[in-house]
Design a protein around this ligand. Structure first.
Ligand SMILES: NC(=O)c1ccc[n+]([C@@H]2O[C@H](COP(=O)([O-])OP(=O)(O)OC[C@H]3O[C@@H](n4cnc5c(N)ncnc54)[C@H](O)[C@@H]3O)[C@@H](O)[C@H]2O)c1
Ligand SMILES: O=C(O)C[C@H](O)C(=O)O
Length: 333
């Protein structure tokens, strides 16, 4: 067995972490031969709950778990970590937009960017889950200047999972038979779930989604708004934001980053824009990416952007520009 991998989960006493830490600790992300040192960060008032999570992890008797460190101290939590899952932050309640969380949450990511810069390995891979996830990831990277920009990402895989699941049930196939839905932009209600490159396997033949679904009106309207508003629909139903599905998507995101995407497929990731597709450099924008076995990714190039797509990609970009400007002013206060 190899050396233990040091994996940090923040917000470790919260809902998402409750599903996430067990999946990581069972080997569902980094493999069943990879021992783990888990570092679990939460804030002081949650210390008791955090200790309860640790007790349960002990009681799971997990063979891959080399150590578990619960802490409220960032200098302990971020020390020499290989992977950071930054979940800890306030979720939105019913009727709130993700933007409403910005002022409350963005400062957490400034502080944690600084802690990554000071304590983490320079090779650390970071996934930001806490909302507004794209802008939090941008701020985190800004305050961690010693860590390469391409090591920062935010979660939009949940949106792709939602989109692929909607298409699978519309066509009447298994979700594993749908691939390559793109999520462009912000993890918010302005995101653009784009089926132009997506395929569905029907009776062992790959078809493009439009010919499999045969309902352009549904694809251009209801499908897009269902995916855009799915987070709000879960909050309205559960009175809590999605947690199980967010944890599962975080595992999918990290597993693909660790082992690479399958040939012929890509995954959506919020990454720092290099200017591709006319998206302002420096914004954290969700693009389709292909990931190599050495854990480097490339934004998929050459996708034809028609007027319908351009308008939607620009709307979500403009929202991210607004968020960026607000976040920078909050952090510089
Ligand atoms: N990107 C996505 O796809 C996605 C999906 C679902 C939820 N989310 C977001 O994930 C975040 C967490 O959701 P949840 O349901 O687990 O919330 P939760 O309230 O159950 O848990 C959040 C935890 O974070 C902790 N926390 C707060 N400040 C912290 C800090 N500075 N350091 C460490 N921990 C801190 C809280 O004490 C709490 O235990 C929310 O912002 C939510 O909106 C994102
Ligand atoms: O929508 C939310 O606020 C929670 C989360 O980002 C989601 O998409 O479910």
């Amino acid at each position: 067995m190899s050396e233990p991998l040091r994996v940090l989960v923040t917000g470790a006493a919260g809902q998402i972490a409750y599903s996430l830490v067990i999946a990581i600790a069972r080997g569902e992300v980094f493999g069943t031969n990879q021992p783990l040192d888990l570092l679990l960060l939460d804030i002081k008032p949650m210390e008791g709950v955090l200790n309860g999570v640790v007790m349960e992890l002990q009681d799971c008797a997990l063979p891959l778990l080399n150590s578990v460190t619960p802490t409220c101290d960032e200098s302990v939590a971020f020390k020499d970590i290989d992977v950071a899952c930054l979940v800890g932050s306030m979720p939105r309640g019913e009727g709130m937009e993700r933007k409403d969380l910005l002022a409350a949450n963005v400062k957490i990511f400034k502080t944690q960017g600084n802690s990554l810069h000071q304590y983490a390995k320079k090779t650390v891979k970071v996934v930001v889950v806490g909302n507004p996830a794209n802008t939090n990831a941008m701020i985190c990277s800004k305050y961690a200047p010693s860590i390469p920009k391409e090591n920062f990402s935010c979660l939009t895989r949940l949106d792709q999972n939602r989109a692929q699941s909607q298409i699978a049930s519309r066509v009447g196939v298994k979700v594993a038979d749908v691939r390559n839905v793109i999520i462009w932009g912000n993890h918010s209600s302005t995101q653009f779930p784009d089926i132009s490159q997506a395929q569905v396997k029907v009776q062992d033949k790959l078809k493009d989604v439009r010919s499999a679904v045969q309902d352009d009106s549904w694809l251009n309207n209801e499908f897009i708004s269902t995916v855009q508003k799915r987070g709000a629909a879960v909050i309205a139903a559960r009175k809590l934001s999605s947690a199980m599905s967010a944890a599962k998507a975080t595992c999918d995101h990290l597993r693909d980053w660790w082992f690479g995407t399958e040939s012929g497929t890509f995954t959506p990731m919020g990454v720092i824009s290099d200017g591709s597709y006319g998206i302002e450099a420096g914004l954290v924008y969700s693009f389709p990416v292909e990931i190599a076995a050495d854990r480097t990714y490339k934004i998929v190039q050459g996708i034809n952007i028609d007027n319908f797509a351009r308008e939607k990609m620009d709307a979500t970009k403009n929202e991210l520009i607004e968020e960026r400007d607000l976040a920078i002013s909050v952090c510089e206060d």
